[in-house]
Write a protein that binds this ligand. Structure first.
Ligand code: FES
Ligand code: FES
Length: 162
């Protein structure tokens, strides 16, 4: 058993310590926002935050996570009360198929928690590890800038639900 803290809740998980966090999120905890893309740390679809830092959950074994805080997209907001980053992606219609979007949002969230006023260059370089096969990059850029504006307007929402 390994104890994991995910989205502010503690879970005892019965899985091999080498199991990638992505599999535990999806198969044990029914948190399906993070997606399997490459399984190799090369596409960004599986990105979550660990102690506020963006991380590829497909290559992060759960044995590294005891005592650390994992945040997934589900931990930021809800359908009824989306977090600023989620609201901004909806308003900018930044998703096409949506497969890359949860990962994009999590790395953008980690950026905005550290840097509330990023330049376009900051956003582009931060999201560089992420692939979007649909080519919605320009809308994603606009969405992250809009999220930054929303967060600056309501600073108490910056850290989402967790
Ligand atoms: S599935 Fe993790 S980086 Fe591609
Ligand atoms: S919206 Fe389809 S992969 Fe990015």
């Amino acid at each position: 058993m390994i104890d994991l803290m995910v989205n502010g809740r503690s879970h005892s998980v019965d899985a091999d310590p080498d199991t990638p966090l992505l599999y535990v999120l999806r198969d044990h905890l029914e948190l399906n926002a993070a997606k399997y893309g490459c399984g190799l740390g090369q596409c960004g679809a599986c990105t979550v935050m660990i102690d506020g830092v963006a991380a590829f959950s497909c290559v992060t074994p759960i044995l590294l996570l005891e005592g650390r805080k994992v945040t997934t997209l589900e931990g930021l907001g809800t359908v009824e009360k989306p977090a600023p980053i989620q609201q901004a992606f909806i308003e900018e219609q930044a998703a096409q198929c949506g497969y890359c979007i949860a990962g994009m949002m999590m790395r953008a969230q980690a950026l905005l928690q550290k840097n509330p006023n990023p330049s376009d260059g900051d956003i582009r370089s931060t999201l560089q590890p992420h692939l979007c096969r649909c080519g919605t990059h320009m809308r994603i850029l606009k969405a992250v800038q809009r999220a930054a504006e929303l967060m600056r307007a309501s600073p108490n929402t910056v850290k989402g639900a967790t």
